[in-house]
Design a protein around this ligand. Structure first.
Ligand code: SAM
Length: 221
């Protein structure tokens, strides 16, 4: 993905964060884009290959309920539903959720507008699979610990959490949005009743390749 495609989103993110509203730019960006998704840097209009690869590796285990955090335009949620998961997907942007419904009429996914930081209480401990891909990396570092706590809370006993994010070393510069995470930012998942099952640190197949962290957790208590 080119930096040109990211320029508008980066400028918008900076403006909103500087104004003390670090979540406001998502709706502003989707709403500015309207039907033209080319200015939304993450809108590939296809399921995330890092997620698909992971799902393919899981084999034919019986799917249950799934929750997609920050679903954007819905491609990952649709992929989960296609694989048999009873899928709920949410995003803070009402326009994004509206676009999901337009793109996938008759979808079996329950699309909802919700804020990760004030999610419905009924979602606590409810989902067999929780998928977090690329939301943490668009939140300023100061919000990530609270986001981790909220995401961990959605996983049912015995359930699985998959997290996919850009990665960097602590001594590397923070960079520009999407801001890569340091591995330590994922560690609090393990303090929330989740056991780390796997952790991958790899270069993906994007051009140019991006460093990714892909971590799997199981809710043990
Ligand atoms: C980088 S995008 C990734 C979207 C999608 N997962 C994908 O890979 O195409 C992050 C998404 O998280 C949403 N988001 C950001 N903060 C959120 C919050 N507090 N609650 C719910 N969704 C949020 C944004 O609106 C955006 O759609």
């Amino acid at each position: 993905m080119s930096d040109t495609r990211r320029a508008i989103a980066r400028e918008m993110a900076r403006k909103y964060i500087d104004a003390g509203d670090p979540l406001g730019w998502f709706e502003a960006l989707y709403s500015l884009a309207g039907g033209d998704t080319s200015i939304i840097p993450w809108a590939d209009l296809a399921p995330n290959p890092n997620v698909v690869e992971w799902l393919d590796r899981q084999g034919p285990a019986a799917p249950g309920s799934a929750l997609k955090v920050g679903c954007g335009l819905g491609d990952d949620a649709e992929e989960l539903a296609r694989r048999g998961f009873q899928t709920t997907a949410f995003d803070i942007s009402a326009t994004a959720i509206e676009r999901c419904k337009v793109r996938f009429p008759g979808s079996e996914v329950a699309y909802l507008v919700a804020d990760l930081f004030s999610a419905p209480k009924t979602w606590g401990g409810r989902f067999d699979l929780v998928l977090e891909s690329y939301t943490l990396q668009v939140l300023p570092p100061g919000l990530r610990a609270a986001a981790v706590e909220s995401i961990a809370g959605f996983v049912a006993p015995g359930g699985t959490l998959l997290v996919v994010a850009r990665g960097r070393e602590p001594e590397d510069p923070e960079g520009k949005m999407p801001w890569p995470l340091i591995r330590e930012e994922l560690e609090p998942f393990e303090g929330r009743g989740l056991k780390r099952i796997s952790f991958e640190d790899y270069m993906d197949h994007e051009d140019p390749p991006a460093r990714r962290f892909r971590a799997t957790y199981r809710k043990v208590h």
